[in-house]
Design a protein around this ligand. Structure first.
Ligand code: ZN
Length: 315
């Protein structure tokens, strides 16, 4: 009897243990899912955007220790009050959103410039230009026109920098812009740009100087011709990299007067400079100067960059 009792007791106790275990397990299971459900949802929602970049920065580690899922399973009774406490911790991550957001914002800017740089870095087809053994007819014709205009120039060795992309297959060194118009210092340009500059000096600048000051144009000071560099603020190659641009900083007249390009020239100078700048838009496809941007506060930039529909960009 005692054994039966013992067995029964044991059986009961086993059953009780089993029940208790089941209950405990059930309770643990019932509670365990609830915690992950309540806790991870807000945490994941917040941390998901930042997972790739700053998982450690997000306060995920803190809530998880606070959740203490393992202690809950080991101490089912004690876990009862804790779930009510846990909504508290889940609220903390909400407060931490501002902290989680900056990391998500921070990594984005580096991606955007990368994309932009890739677009800007699309190679310019002119970068592949190398001289043929025989100079093309159009280059020869250009040189004949320069000579007929009284322009003094010399042939320059080809420019070709595959790393940066600069290239002029048939550059010339421009020593004057005509019989009576000097340029200083000498300017290395492609022939088309040299011709455009010479024509503009003779056809526009000289008459404008005569009209405004009653004097002839004697010389032009250039600030930049061929330069192997990207455009300011971008990685796109400047037209200077193809000898296709000329920067002019001042004009000197036959009476010695010097007209400098700047943001606030004297009134008469300003009138002359505005006339020149306005007339440049057309013969040159890009015209920049004071007011366009800080880089062009002290010179005119003229270039022959080909544009869609033969358009111009003048500022
Ligand atoms: Zn320029």
């Amino acid at each position: 009897m005692a054994a039966l009792t013992l067995l029964r007791l044991a059986g009961l106790s086993r059953a009780a243990l089993t029940l208790a275990a089941t209950l405990l397990a059930g309770a643990a299971l019932a509670k365990a899912p609830k915690l992950p459900e309540t806790v991870p949802v807000p945490v994941l929602n917040q941390s998901q955007p930042a997972q790739e970049d700053a998982p450690a920065d997000v306060p995920v580690p803190e809530p998880r220790p606070a959740d203490a899922p393992k202690p809950d399973q080991q101490e089912p009774p004690a876990s009862a009050p804790k779930p009510t406490e846990k909504p508290g911790p889940t609220e903390k991550p909400v407060e931490a959103e501002p902290e989680a957001q900056p990391p998500t914002i921070a990594p984005q800017p580096p991606e955007k410039p990368d994309e932009a740089q890739e677009k800007k870095m699309q190679p310019d087809p002119r970068s592949a230009d190398v001289p043929d053994e025989k100079m093309p007819d159009e280059e020869l014709a250009c040189r004949r026109r320069l000579k007929s205009m009284g322009v003094d120039f010399e042939e320059h060795k080809p420019e070709h920098n595959p790393e940066i992309g600069c290239s002029i297959p048939y550059p010339i060194t421009l020593k004057t812009l005509g019989k009576s118009i000097a340029i200083g210092p000498q300017a290395e340009l492609n022939c088309e740009m040299a011709e455009a500059a010479a024509r503009f000096a003779a056809d526009v600048i000289q008459p404008a100087a005569k009209a405004e000051f009653g004097a002839d144009l004697r010389s032009i000071s250039q600030a930049s011709a061929f330069v192997c560099r990207p455009r300011h603020g971008t990685r796109k190659l400047s037209e200077h990299a193809f000898g296709n641009a000329l920067d002019i900083s001042s004009f000197t007249l036959s009476d010695g007067k010097k007209i400098e390009i700047g943001p606030a020239p004297p009134e008469k100078d300003g009138k002359f400079l505005n006339a020149v700048r306005k007339a440049a838009c057309g013969p040159f496809k890009t015209v920049l100067g004071p007011g366009a941007d800080p880089d062009h506060a002290l010179h005119f930039h003229f270039d022959l960059e080909p544009r869609r529909n033969g358009g111009t960009f003048c500022q």
